[in-house]
Design a protein around this ligand. Sequence first.
Ligand code: HOZ
Length: 442
Amino acid sequence: MSSATPSAPTSAPALLTTRSEEIFAAAQTLMPGGVSSPVRAFKSVGGQPIVFDRVKGAYAWDVDGNRYIDYVGSWGPAICGHSHPEVIAALHEALEKGTSFGAPCVLENELAELVIAAVPSVEMVRFVNSGTEACMAVLRLMRAFTGREKVIKFEGCYHGHADMFLVKAGSGVATLGLPDSPGVPRAVTASTLTAPYNCLESVKELFANNPGEIAGVILEPVVGNAGFITPEPGFLEGLRELTKENGALLVFDEVMTGFRIAYGGAQARFGVTPDLTTMGKVIGGGLPVGAYGGRADIMAMVAPAGPMYQAGTLSGNPLAMTAGIKTLQLLKQPGSYERLETITRRLSDGIRAAAAEAGVPLCGGSISAMFGFFLCEGPVHNFEQAKAADTARFGRLHRGMLEHGVYLAPSAFEAGFTSLAHSDADIDATIAAFRDVFLSLA
Ligand code: HOZ
């Protein structure tokens, strides 16, 4: 960081996005809001979404030929970099054998073995097609196993778009500032209890007020869907104790953090083992995969081993399994997580220094390949505090970064993701871009 007087920002060339605009205009007549998932519509940051043409390594190119250093990584899966040559080669080979079996295949065993060996809580696993699906199923399993209906979730945590989780949810719900969602029956959410993240006292109170009724507690062990919020020392451990004391299950939603903040996920990183875990994103290597797993005695409840029904035509799909296996094999190579930790910390430190130089209030941090910041003094320990950050300024920052060739999540309430493909030069260029944009915002 330079000292006394910050130098003037250098201007970025104008961003031409004519083709993106044409395509998005047509998309809006064809799909609600022009998108297949709300956050990507840029509603909270203003302007029009960039329509992607292709992705490779650390970069995305739009349909107008602009290149961006990408810190969304398809919202998490691209931890080895987009379209890694070994993943693509494995997929070509798998394609020749067919795109869907709807029958057991050995690839499921291979990915299951990798997941079980890596994730401390997982003794058995069931593959599904998305993180939402995994969380839906795990909720049913929590209830089936305990015979209880109520579940505690945390404000700002996002566990997919199933009815019972759309209570004080993060991600798109937070991004669009929705109160929750119409269409969700009150009766369904009546058994979803909420507490502020990082507040053990509230969880204790909920257990005390609902004796013998709470099936379990589900959380993002590191929040990525309300911006990036880390657990305070003792929070995860406290939840582990409280759930045990009350005969309830502890579930880590590791859809974002799994294989990202450590090979064994947040539970390996923090040394707290939940009863059940949900996963997605990285374990699909860019194809649609989710999974839930945990203690063998609990997983024995899942049909056909047990009575809790859950099924899926495309679950265990050979292409998705192939991309997942190859991605985990790449991640297992020595040095992967050290590299991810180093570049992401350097990026996060650089962002903070650039903001300080420009006099822009900002707090934030990183763990391994996950980072985030809020445009406020901070610190931010929960969703309430996250919501106090300057989202209008974030919109201007987002636009400025695009003009400087950096693609950030189009929401102040989503974590950022790095990959093994991000080079030191990419990180330097990104920090320089932040510096320029912060100076222009100050
Ligand atoms: N749930 C993802 C963000 N946390 C999905 C966003 C998208 O694909 O638009």
